[in-house]
Design a protein around this ligand. Structure first.
Ligand code: GLP
Length: 244
């Protein structure tokens, strides 16, 4: 779906999420959301906060699982995805803190595998993801599933691509400060979500969007595996769709 403006597209995504939260609340069910960081989803979160403040949208029945976290990374660091999510969404809505899940960027190395398996199990214990929001990185990653990630990958520790680290460098005041690793949900974790919405804005994303949407399915470009999903929408602005 192509929108003239990324702001309008973000509002459309937020309204879909809000409708899902309300429908689940009406059925007295939890709404399990997979959430993303990066600049692309920020206005989706802005609109959700507005809906909470102005239209009484409640997050009391919402359970969230974020895609990823840098490793190592302290929650309290302003560069952590934990901080990002609280800053942009969680601090401004009535979500129960116990319902918020992000990979732990400080889990000791020898416990990372168990932590990742526990993360998968916790998602399953909640009945799986009702909705997964995604951005896309210029390497073709979703979450931090860098090139080489296979379609059956689950939550795990991954080494970040050089380009991903270059793109993150401004947030870290320089490439040398960007962590070399991250914990990310896998492609299979993401694919199992019952609904997936990927958003991409701007010229910078045009070529990777074209390859992900129209190219072959390959672990060289992990986002391409989403082509197999039967309930996926890719929302783009005019610039991001310019090479389709
Ligand atoms: C990071 C995140 C991804 C995100 C990507 C794109 O790498 N781990 O989930 O999609 O950045 O970021 P942006 O939306 O800022 O372009």
């Amino acid at each position: 779906e192509v929108f003239a403006d990324s702001g309008d597209a973000s509002v459309a995504v937020a309204h879909e999420i809000a409708n899902l939260i309300r429908a689940k609340a009406y059925q007295r069910q939890k709404c399990v959301l997979g959430l993303a960081t990066g600049s692309s989803p920020i206005r989706v979160y802005d609109e959700l906060v507005r809906l909470h403040r102005e239209e009484g949208l409640s997050f009391a029945n919402v359970v969230t699982f974020n895609l990823d976290e840098y490793y190592p990374m302290e929650r309290t660091s302003t560069r952590s995805y934990w901080y990002f999510m609280h800053e942009h969404l969680f601090n401004h809505v009535d979500i129960d803190p116990q319902n918020i899940h992000l990979p732990d960027g400080l889990v000791p190395l020898q416990s990372v595998y168990q932590h990742c398996m526990d993360y998968e199990e916790e998602i399953n214990r909640h009945g799986g993801l009702d909705f997964q929001l995604l951005g896309i990185g210029r390497t073709g990653h979703v979450g931090f599933n860098e090139p080489g990630s296979n379609s059956r990958s689950l939550t795990r520790l991954i080494t970040l691509d050089h380009l991903t680290r270059v793109d993150a460098a401004p947030d870290f005041q320089g490439l040398n400060n960007v962590p070399t690793r991250a914990i990310t949900m896998g492609i299979d974790t993401i694919r199992k979500a019952r609904r997936v919405v990927l958003v991409a804005w701007g010229h910078k994303k045009a070529s990777i969007v074209q390859e992900a949407v129209e190219g072959e399915k390959t672990s060289v470009l992990p986002a391409s595996f989403l082509q197999e999903h039967d309930n996926l929408t890719v929302l783009l602005d005019r610039e991001a769709c310019s090479e389709l």
